[in-house]
Design a protein around this ligand. Structure first.
Ligand SMILES: [Zn+2]
Length: 446
C-alpha cells in the first residue's frame, strides 16, 4: 500500500522539475482559494521564493525555469490550520529531567510531523510548558525544524485555583500587582495571550474559583496595548459574552454548556469574534468507546504507532467507557454542533481547532463540522482563512492570493464538494517549498 502510493506520488511530483529551482509553477489546476469564493478551473499559479507571485487563467511564462506541476484533475487549496493545540511532549524543567525532555521533544516533533502529513501547515498552541513550545517555535522559524508554523501562548494567565492554573499558569490575583508577572510573560513574545474564564459546576465537575471580570479587562487591555491579541477559554454563553464585552479578541472554544440564544448568534455575527470549534476534544472519548475501528483509517495508521493504537483500542477504551464525562460530552457535543451551525449561518467567524495534538484530529474536527450541517465550502474557509483572522495574520496567511505566503495543499479531489476530500493530500507546500512527506518521522515511513 505504502509503496504503491509512493510510486504514484513520485511520478506526479517529478513531472518536469528543474533541479535547484526556487520557484514552482502549478499548471492548469482547480483553485479553491480559501476566501469562500467558488472553485475556479484552468488556473496557473506561480510560487516565487516563499510567496505566491502570480495567479491567472492562462499559461504563465516564468523565466527562471520553475519546477512544473501538472495540476490537471487536481485541486489546490491553502494549508489547513489547527487553532487550538496543546502539543504533546512538554516536560517541565528539572535537573534530573534531561532524558525526559529529550523524549518529550521527540514526541513533540512527531506530533508536528503528523500535522504536516495531514496537510496542516499552521498550529496555535494554546498553553504548554513555555521552554518546550517556545524552543520548537524558534527552531521552526529559523528553518532548523521541519514543522508547521507554530504560534504559541507559552504560559496561560490564570487566577489562583482557576481552570488551568495548575498546568501552565502564570497566576495573577490583583491589579496592578499583576504587571511584573505579565511583563515576564510578554518578554517571551507570546503570539496570543490565553486566559481561562470558567467556574465549572457543569457535567461532573465541581465549582472552582473564577477570574474577576475587572481583572480580566485590565489584563486584556495591557496585552492589546502591546499589540498582542487575546483568547479565552469559556464554555457558557454568559461567560463568553462577559469576556467579549471585557474586550477579548477571540474565543478558544464553542459554547458547550447549553443551547445559545438567537441574540448570541447575532452578536457573534455583528462583532466577528473568531470562535474556535474544538468539538474533537469532547467527542473523542465516546468515539473511542463506540467506534475504536476509526483508528484503522489510513491517516491514523500512518501517524500513530501500532502499539499505541492497540493500547487505545483496549485499555484506554475501557477507561473511557467507565467515565461519566465520556457520555456527558457525547450529548453536549451535539448541542455544541448546533450552536456552531447557528453562529456560522448567522454570519459569525468559526475557526477550526481540536484541543488535541495530532494532524488526523483536525480532519475529525472537519467531519464533525460537516455533521453539524455546515457546508463543505464554508468548512474550507473555517480551516484556512478564518484561522489567519484568529491569529491576526490574514494579510499574509490563510488564502491563495497574490503576495501571500505559499502554504498550499494539492488534493486529488474537491474539498468543497465533500470535506473528506481534504484528506486526499498529494502534496504539501510550506513557505514555498515542496515537502518530502516520506522523510517525516512517522510510522508510515519507518
Ligand atoms: Zn485547550
Amino acid at each position: 500500500m505504502k509503496h504503491a502510493r509512493s510510486v504514484v506520488l513520485a511520478a506526479f511530483l517529478l513531472g518536469t522539475s528543474a533541479a535547484g529551482a526556487d520557484s514552482i509553477l502549478i499548471e492548469d489546476t482547480t483553485l479553491i482559494d480559501g476566501t469562500g469564493r467558488p472553485a475556479v478551473e484552468g488556473v496557473y499559479i506561480l510560487l516565487d521564493g516563499n510567496r505566491i507571485s502570480r495567479i491567472q487563467r492562462s499559461s504563465i511564462s516564468a523565466g527562471n525555469n520553475p519546477r512544473r506541476i501538472d495540476g490537471r484533475g487536481k485541486f489546490v487549496m491553502p494549508g489547513l490550520m489547527d487553532l487550538h493545540v496543546h502539543l504533546r511532549g512538554g516536560v517541565k524543567l528539572s535537573p534530573e529531567g534531561l532524558q525526559e525532555q529529550a523524549d518529550g521533544r521527540r514526541d513533540g516533533v512527531r506530533a508536528l510531523h503528523s500535522y504536516l502529513y495531514s496537510g496542516v501547515t499552521s498550529i496555535y498552541d494554546a498553553g504548554n510548558v513555555p521552554d518546550f513550545i517556545l524552543s520548537l517555535r524558534d527552531d521552526e522559524r529559523s528553518g532548523k525544524l521541519t514543522s508547521p508554523r507554530i504560534f504559541a501562548t507559552g504560559s496561560i494567565v490564570t487566577y489562583p485555583g482557576s481552570h488551568g492554573s495548575n498546568e501552565w499558569g502564570t497566576q495573577v490575583d490583583s491589579w496592578p500587582e499583576a504587571i511584573p508577572a505579565l511583563d515576564a510573560h510578554i518578554a517571551r513574545k507570546p503570539d496570543i495571550l490565553k486566559l481561562t474564564y470558567e467556574e465549572r459546576g457543569w457535567g461532573s465537575r465541581p465549582m472552582i474559583p473564577l477570574l474577576p471580570v475587572d481583572l480580566m479587562q485590565q489584563i486584556i487591555r495591557y496585552y492589546n496595548d502591546r499589540g498582542i491579541r487575546t483568547t479565552v477559554h469559556a464554555s457558557s454563553e454568559y461567560r463568553a459574552r462577559q469576556a467579549i464585552f471585557a474586550g477579548i479578541d477571540t474565543l478558544a472554544h464553542p459554547i458547550i454548556q447549553g443551547p445559545i440564544t438567537d441574540e448570541f448568534a447575532h452578536m457573534m455575527a455583528a462583532k466577528k469574534v473568531p470562535m474556535v470549534t474544538t468539538l474533537t476534544i469532547g467527542e473523542n472519548y465516546s468515539r473511542l468507546a463506540e467506534h475504536p475501528e476509526y483508528l484503522d483509517q489510513r491517516l491514523y495508521r500512518a501517524t500513530v504507532p501500532a502499539d499505541q493504537i492497540e493500547k487505545l483500542q483496549t485499555e484506554t477504551r475501557e477507561e473511557y467507557q467507565e467515565r461519566k464525562w465520556t457520555w456527558w460530552m457525547k450529548i453536549m457535543t451535539t448541542i455544541a454542533q448546533e450552536n456552531l451551525f447557528r453562529i456560522n449561518a448567522a454570519g459569525g467567524v468559526l475557526v477550526a481547532g481540536t484541543d488535541q495534538s495530532s494532524g488526523p484530529a483536525l480532519h475529525r474536527e472537519l467531519e464533525l463540522l460537516a455533521a453539524a450541517g455546515i457546508p463543505a465550502a464554508d468548512i474550507v474557509r473555517i480551516a484556512t482563512l478564518n484561522g489567519a483572522y484568529f491569529l491576526g495574520r490574514e494579510r499574509e496567511l490563510g488564502s491563495i492570493e497574490e503576495g501571500k505566503i505559499a502554504d498550499i495543499l494539492i488534493l486529488g479531489a474537491d474539498p468543497t464538494v465533500d470535506i473528506n476530500n481534504a484528506k486526499r493530500i498529494e502534496a504539501v507546500i510550506k513557505d514555498g517549498e515542496m515537502l518530502d512527506l516520506e522523510t517525516l518521522d512517522l510510522p508510515v515511513n519507518r
